[in-house]
Design a protein around this ligand. Structure first.
Ligand SMILES: [Zn+2]
Length: 234
């Protein structure tokens, strides 16, 4: 992707995140990796609902700013750097949508196995162990999950991270996980949750692999939510 369209996409996605209440104030951060390996990333201390093209920082492949007088980049840049150094993804979206973040701030994370659409299109949603925002630890803790091919992550006691081939693709995953979290929340409130069975999930994983050949399948033994609901250990 070229610089101009990447900046336009960051501004558009930032507006969606803010208008839909998935970030408040200056929260969240976005980035896109360009064809020439440069990265465009959001600045620190600016609402994602009010971004302007001149506030977006262009970084060389060694993460030095192309323009020395560029604004200060997001404090979460180390997380974005880890993603680009260890995957082929070209867009990163991080936000704090309330329902998903409340699951991220629980011991259990969120079950991936309530609705077939999520198993098919998003796959497993791992809960990445806590590290203080802005530290190397956030990137370090996500590394093992990147190797397993997941694309949507709950960051424990923090928020949500999604990856994509485009920022719009990453944004849609954010929207889907938040929509899904609301549904799971409603089921839990009602005290009546019927998770898909192991056999039903395996069938969906087969469809997912045949359609998209994507890693990051939902695997019962890894999710373990059913054991939680039965009152057992994860
Ligand atoms: Zn955050």
């Amino acid at each position: 992707m070229k610089q101009f369209s990447a900046k336009q996409e960051i501004i558009k996605v930032g507006t969606f995140l803010w208008e839909k209440g998935m970030v408040s104030s200056n929260e969240g951060n976005l980035s896109v990796r360009l064809e020439d390996s440069k990265v465009i990333i959001t600045p620190s201390g600016v609402s994602k609902g009010f971004l302007t093209p001149d506030q977006l920082i262009i970084l060389n492949s060694d993460w030095s700013p192309v323009y020395p007088k560029a604004p200060k980049l997001t404090s979460e840049f180390k997380l974005h750097k880890t993603i680009y150094e260890n995957t082929e993804y070209t867009a990163v979206c991080h936000a704090h949508p309330p329902y998903s973040t409340s699951f991220a701030a629980s011991r259990k994370g969120i079950p991936s196995c309530l609705l077939p659409e999520m198993v098919l299109s998003v796959g497993a949603i791992p809960l990445v162990p806590y590290a203080a925002p802005s530290t190397e630890g956030v990137g370090k803790n996500i590394l093992p999950f990147l190797k397993d091919g997941y694309e949507v992550f709950l960051l424990q006691n923090h928020g949500v991270l999604t990856l994509g081939k485009t920022l719009t693709d990453a944004y849609f995953k954010m929207e889907m996980v938040e929509h899904y979290s609301k549904i799971v929340h409603l089921n839990l409130l009602r005290g009546d949750v019927k998770l898909l069975t192991k056999t039903e999930i395996e069938e969906l994983n087969t469809i997912r692999n045949n359609l998209w050949k994507k890693p990051g399948n939902v695997i019962c033994d890894v999710c373990g939510y059913c054991k939680f609901l039965e009152g057992g250990e994860k």
